[in-house]
Design a protein around this ligand. Structure first.
Ligand code: SAM
Ligand code: ZN
Length: 272
């Protein structure tokens, strides 16, 4: 079994902020009230303590798990891993980690902690980590109130999830880095063209950090051919799933395959 003790040491009680001691099957805080959190069967902790909403639903996380597993977004994950390697981090936090596809890969560089509000996403992530015996620990938690100590990670990655700048600064070491990735202008234009009469380009991210130092910015682009059996999964993992009429959605079932642009904007920041 992989040693995750260095990750456990960084955990903080979401209720009183004290350190957490792990005595499986529970994790108990050292505060006067000894708040207790049980590990799930798959091995994650629920450290929300009532903060935040629900995160992505099972339909979306299952679809994303299948889709990412087929390497359609390999371009993005390879570059994220490459950039992370160059930074030689000792401890990585994946804020909004979903099903842990990236966390898993990153944990091969350094022990990684993944936080997300989606229980179904975190459950899949924990199962994958257990199966592959990875040094990755997962918690259901809001990325705006991360249950970890100040200055405890030297790399935070934030991929297609809300950017909580103040909280990321709190948990980063002084010389720590934040890697934010968002959808580029043309991302999934082919999917939007298949669905809508007047598809529009994506706006840029509006929640980028303002107090940190931008050290690198790049855009990755490619065109992918999505097989017929994967088109619904791609659709279900996007925000269009909730915004598209039944009539437009049906257009996808007529396709034999889908060619679409993919575009990722990467922003690398240093805390100081
Ligand atoms: C589009 S998914 C991205 C997942 C993964 N990072 C990826 O790139 O494949 C966005 C994720 O952010 C999570 N999320 C949204 N708001 C959150 C919050 N306030 N705290 C924690 N997770 C949040 C969702 O549950 C979802 O898993
Ligand atoms: Zn406590």
């Amino acid at each position: 079994m992989t040693d995750k003790s260095c990750l456990f040491e960084r955990l903080r009680c979401p209720i009183c902020g004290e350190a957490i001691e792990v005595t499986r099957p529970s994790a108990i805080c050292r505060g006067a009230r000894r708040h207790c959190f049980d590990f799930s069967k798959s091995g994650y902790l629920n450290l929300t303590a009532g903060h935040g909403g629900k995160g992505d639903l099972k339909e979306a996380t299952d679809a994303r798990n299948r889709f990412l597993g087929k390497s359609y977004y390999r371009l993005r994950s390879d570059r994220v891993v490459e950039l992370a390697k160059e930074l030689s981090p000792k401890m990585i936090l994946d804020a909004g980690c979903g099903e842990g596809y990236y966390t898993g890969r990153l944990s091969r560089i350094a022990p990684a902690f993944g936080a997300d509000l989606s229980k179904s996403g975190i459950d899949l992530a924990a199962k994958n980590a257990k199966r592959e015996d990875l040094p990755a620990l997962y918690a259901v938690a809001s990325l705006f109130t991360l249950p970890v100590a100040d200055s405890s990670f030297d790399l935070v990655v934030n991929l297609f999830a809300p950017c909580a700048e103040n909280e990321f600064c709190r948990v980063l070491t002084n010389s720590g880095h934040l890697l934010v990735v968002g959808a580029g202008k043309e991302h999934l234009m082919g999917l939007k063209k298949a669905l809508y009469d007047n598809p529009r380009e994506n706006p840029g991210r509006e929640d980028l950090p303002t107090s940190m130092v931008l050290v690198k910015k790049e855009t990755l682009t490619d065109t992918i051919r999505v097989a017929k059996e994967d088109i619904e999964d791609l659709f279900a993992m996007t925000p269009y799933y909730f915004r598209t009429s039944e009539k437009d959605h049906k257009k996808l079932s007529d396709l034999e395959y889908l060619d679409t642009e993919i575009a990722f904007d990467l922003f690398l920041y240093r805390k100081n």
